[in-house]
Design a protein around this ligand. Structure first.
Ligand code: AMP
Length: 446
């Protein structure tokens, strides 16, 4: 049996089709999320080291002669905590804060595309709620780097288990596509029309089939392929051996007809030809960010876990709205019958606006207890329907981390929650525009 250790190879073998989907245009990327498997000797530490885990990988294909990224300008100003290999070799472990634009210009990070993805990984980890001071990008030391990699950085996150590699980001060069191509004999390359035809002089070896085939028999094809693949320097050596000694020896290895074969002048013609090329053919290089989803999730849980000051029993997850399973809790102040209709109305409006909402109307629990248990689930916002709702159509909006509340009409609160959830406004913004509601009774009864 075979279990893949990464999702990458499934993407590489589909390269030609992916390129076609992209109208043969470079650069472009493919991405995949799926299970990967590693034969770990000691699986342990929960989600951190397992034999089967979820991986998300982007394979970004670039021209090896131009690894600039068209959107690098958008991220060049972002400062990343970098731990370059030289800093580690000097025995230091403190990351250097560096703008990614400067890191690429100074050669600390090999190229723009790799730098672009390091910045995007950083933005992603910040967006889901990883703590900035517990994140670093560590460059692989020369002896750690895969032999085919040009440069490689790991996003490492600090948890109670130490620094954990959560995202790898490597320039894998043309290694994978070249290997697949060599073994399958399928071309995995890009063909680009040249703006100007390229004229070059090249030594070419042609075989004389009348003599070549009968003399070499079954070895004829592999020997011919070998001769056609030789560099100018090797062909020159054969050419001079043929003219001085009247024969040359060709050695095949790694083929079905390995051995030594003698070539004589009547079997081949080696001469310089002028070659005009209209198309450039090349194997792309691949920049690969590789996310270990379980490790990121575990780190996120640790970084988001908090307890209320002075009360260790009251824990809560400070999930960002983007990752919180429920974005908004909707609850009545008590089990009073008049609250039922506005409660459903608020929940329906939130859901219609694309905000996953949860109703907690269990009459058996106090309002404070219901806030507290939804804080434990990490629900960032809570809308409460109370006696004032029937009078003036207003409800309160509570934020989980600060436990502060404001009051406004239902329509306005629903709009505010939509903006808070999609990130177009912040809780600080909301607080600066609305007076605080006194919560001394509701939150203290937990
Ligand atoms: P690698 O291809 O070894 O660089 O792994 C890519 C990513 O997969 C790493 O950055 C980790 O986040 C994740 N990963 C690797 N091995 C494991 C494992 N045994 N358990 C969980 N996640 C893993």
């Amino acid at each position: 049996g075979y279990l893949r250790p990464e999702t990458a190879q499934g993407q590489f073998v589909n390269f030609s089709r992916l390129l076609e989907f992209n109208n043969q245009k470079m650069p472009f990327a493919s991405a995949m999320v799926g299970r990967s498997f590693r034969n770990e000797i000691a699986p342990r530490q929960g989600l951190l080291r397992v034999r089967e885990f979820t991986m998300a990988e982007v394979e970004h294909y670039v021209d090896p002669e131009n690894k600039d990224h068209p959107r690098f300008d958008e991220v060049a100003h972002i400062e990343l905590p970098l731990l370059p290999s030289q800093v580690q070799l000097d025995g230091k472990t403190t990351p250097v804060m560096m703008r990614i634009g400067d890191a690429v210009t100074s050669g600390t990070v090999d190229n723009q595309t790799l730098g672009y993805f390091l910045a995007r990984i950083y933005l992603y980890l910040m967006a889901v709620g990883i703590k900035h001071e517990l994140l670093r990008f560590r460059q692989h030391l020369p002896n750690e780097m895969a032999h085919y990699a040009t440069d490689c950085w790991d996003a490492e996150i600090k948890t109670s288990h130490g620094w954990i590699e959560c995202v790898g980001c490597a320039d894998r060069s043309a290694y994978d596509l070249t290997k697949h191509s060599a073994y399958t004999k399928e071309k995995l390359c890009v063909r680009e029309n040249l703006p100007e035809p390229l004229v070059t002089e090249k030594l070419v070896c042609e075989t004389n089939s009348k003599v070549f085939g009968p003399k070499l028999k079954r070895a004829a094809k592999p020997v011919q392929e070998h001769l056609e693949s030789l560099s100018d320097a090797n062909l020159t050596a054969i050419q001079s051996a043929l003219s001085t000694d009247g024969k040359a020896t060709v050695v095949l290895s790694g083929t079905s007809a390995d051995g030594e074969y003698e070539i004589t002048p009547d079997m081949v013609t080696i001469e310089t030809r002028t070659i005009t090329e209209h198309v450039r053919e090349y194997t792309p290089n691949v920049i690969e960010p590789s996310f270990g989803v379980g490790r990121i999730l575990y780190s996120l849980l640790e970084h988001s876990f908090n307890v209320r000051a002075g009360d260790e029993q009251r824990s809560f997850f400070s999930f960002k709205p983007a990752v919180a399973p429920f974005k908004c809790l909707v609850l009545p102040l008590s089990g009073h019958a008049s609250f039922a209709k506005p409660l459903q109305d608020v929940a329906r409006r939130l859901r219609a606006g694309g905000v996953p909402a949860r109703v907690d109307d269990a009459a058996s629990a106090s309002i404070g207890r219901r806030y507290a248990r939804n804080d434990e689930l990490g629900t960032p916002f809570a809308i409460t329907v109370d006696f004032q709702t029937a009078d003036d159509g207003t409800v309160t909006l509570r934020e989980r981390d600060t436990t502060k509340q404001i009051r406004a009409p239902i329509d306005e609160i629903v709009e505010l929650v939509k903006c808070l959830v999609n990130g177009s406004t912040s809780w600080d913004d909301v607080l600066s525009k609305h007076p605080l509601v006194d919560t001394s009774t509701s939150d203290s009864t937990a």
